[in-house]
Design a protein around this ligand. Structure first.
Ligand SMILES: Cc1cc2nc3c(=O)[nH]c(=O)nc-3n(C[C@H](O)[C@H](O)[C@H](O)COP(=O)(O)O)c2cc1C
Length: 145
């Protein structure tokens, strides 16, 4: 089983979370690639059995709080993910509000099933990431976490 961890990060916190998730996946004995969204090619996305998508939380005065614009655009431009397992995560400073729900519904609209979600505070972007990765893999494999 091949896992792709794709993330949008400006200041490096979401990148740290993504790398910690990929490390935990590898510790479980699976192959994991980790890429910034802009370098994650559609072919790589298609080849992955499990896709983790992460973003930082971006607040807009009129549009509210959600995934960073680049992440929303990347998800909207994805090919069909019919039957693919996916999980979403974010890093935030104050409150992630609907960020994970928005990322999840964008991926569901492409046909993915969402097997987990996690929000990490930006001061501790890796705390709980290994547990999150294990929980998602257990859900994908249909095993108890
Ligand atoms: C322009 C901008 C807007 C932000 N808006 C919010 C927000 O509305 N709510 C929140 O919890 N964090 C907000 N943050 C904080 C970031 O989501 C947080 O610091 C995140 O961990 C940054 O991730 P990165 O280091 O991967 O870029 C904002 C950060 C920036 C730069």
């Amino acid at each position: 089983m091949k896992v792709l961890v794709a993330y949008e990060s400006r200041g490096g916190r979401t990148k740290r979370a993504a790398e910690a998730i990929a490390d935990a996946v590898r510790t479980s004995g699976l192959e994991a690639d980790v890429w910034p969204l802009k370098e994650a090619e559609p072919d790589q996305v298609r080849a992955a059995d499990v896709l983790f998508v992460g973003s930082w939380v971006e607040g807009f005065l009129f549009f509210g709080v959600g995934p960073a614009k680049a992440a929303r655009q990347w998800v909207a431009g994805l090919p069909s993910l019919s039957g693919k397992h996916a999980a979403v995560f974010c890093t935030y400073a104050l409150n992630p509000r609907g960020t994970l729900a928005a990322l999840g519904s964008g991926l569901r609209a492409k046909g993915a099933s969402i097997d987990g979600e996690a929000a990490f505070h930006h001061r501790r972007p890796t705390e709980g990431s290994a547990e999150f990765a294990r929980r998602v893999l257990a859900a994908v494999l249909g095993e108890p976490a």
